[in-house]
Design a protein around this ligand. Structure first.
Ligand code: NDP
Ligand code: 8X3
Length: 248
């Protein structure tokens, strides 16, 4: 299969690219840091095509897709994985710039890729869109404000896509992971403060990017007549937030 992954330079996207190529699939690996993608291509070989892409530059997306080389033009699976959280401040202290960047990437970027790739899937009556949501799209938590809201969009957009695709063989899944360590997610969220980022994972066993790579691979290789609508997954150490009460 040909699989286009946004955010293939690190974390889940990189872990998935490694697994897909090992299993004989071809990967179009997209991200902004072309040096990271090129380094991965050195290891993975000709079945990994590095493509520079900023998903938040939405006007650029259709041309990038149109310019893919012939061997990679036919996209069987789109994994909308590129995304980020910025900040953990409560809404009244948060940066508006951070809010806009999360929305541009997690929402507008994901919409633009989907819009560019979906018509050909419907035309062929075959294809699969996997959106990387988050538990933050369902469970509110302190400081989750716009990040959680973008992932709630991703969840509902995924469900609505599948509703529109009734009668076609095109599949859609929203995967909703909880805490995953070992990716760049928290370093980005804390604006490069690695000590703060590392503390998030102190004292419990988290999931890893490799765990999520394994789950994504399983979804992609699952039988074509099965549609996993939503897949929420947490480390055993994590569970739902209790409702907060502010005592005097
Ligand atoms: P990482 O920060 O390790 O990886 C994020 C990837 O997205 C990188 O490859 C980065 O590449 C890419 N990216 C970010 N912004 C853009 C952009 N504007 N255009 C193109 N690519 C971009 O994070 P994770 O692997 O942990 O997270 C991947 C996804 O999973 C995200 O959507 C995140 O919200 C979600 N998630 C993460 C969880 C976690 O705990 N880690 C849990 C639940 C969901 P580059 O910088 O080179 O562009
Ligand atoms: C990332 C998981 O719990 O930090 O989406 O929101 S969490």
């Amino acid at each position: 299969m040909n699989v286009l992954i946004t955010g293939a330079s690190a974390g889940f996207g990189k872990a998935l690219a490694e697994r897909l190529v090992a299993n004989g699939h071809r990967v179009i690996g997209c991200a902004r840091r072309i040096d990271k993608l090129n380094a991965l291509a050195e290891i993975l070989g000709e079945n990994f095509l590095p493509v520079i892409m900023d998903v938040s530059d939405t006007d650029s997306i259709p041309q990038i897709i149109a310019d893919l080389p012939d061997d990679f033009k036919h996209i069987d699976v789109l994994v909308n994985n590129a995304g980020l959280a910025l900040g953990t401040e409560p809404a009244h202290k948060a940066s508006l710039d951070d809010w806009m960047r999360m929305t541009d990437t997690n929402v507008k970027g994901l919409m633009s890729l989907t819009h560019a790739v979906l018509p050909a899937m419907v035309e062929r009556d075959s294809g699969y869109i996997i959106n990387v949501g988050s538990i933050a799209g369902s469970w509110p938590y302190f400081g989750g404000n716009v990040y959680g809201a973008t992932k709630a969009f991703v969840k509902q957009f995924s469900l609505n896509l599948r509703a529109d695709l009734v009668g076609t063989q095109v599949r859609v899944t929203n995967i909703e992971p909880g805490v995953v360590a070992g990716t760049e997610f928290s370093n980005v969220r804390y604006h490069g403060d690695d000590d703060k980022a590392a503390k998030v994972y102190d004292g419990f066993k988290t999931m890893t990017g490799e765990d999520i790579g394994d789950i994504l691979l399983w979804l992609i290789e699952s039988p074509a007549h099965i549609n996993v609508n939503r897949l929420e997954v947490m480390p055993v150490a994590q569970t739902y937030n209790g409702l907060t009460v502010a005592k005097k």
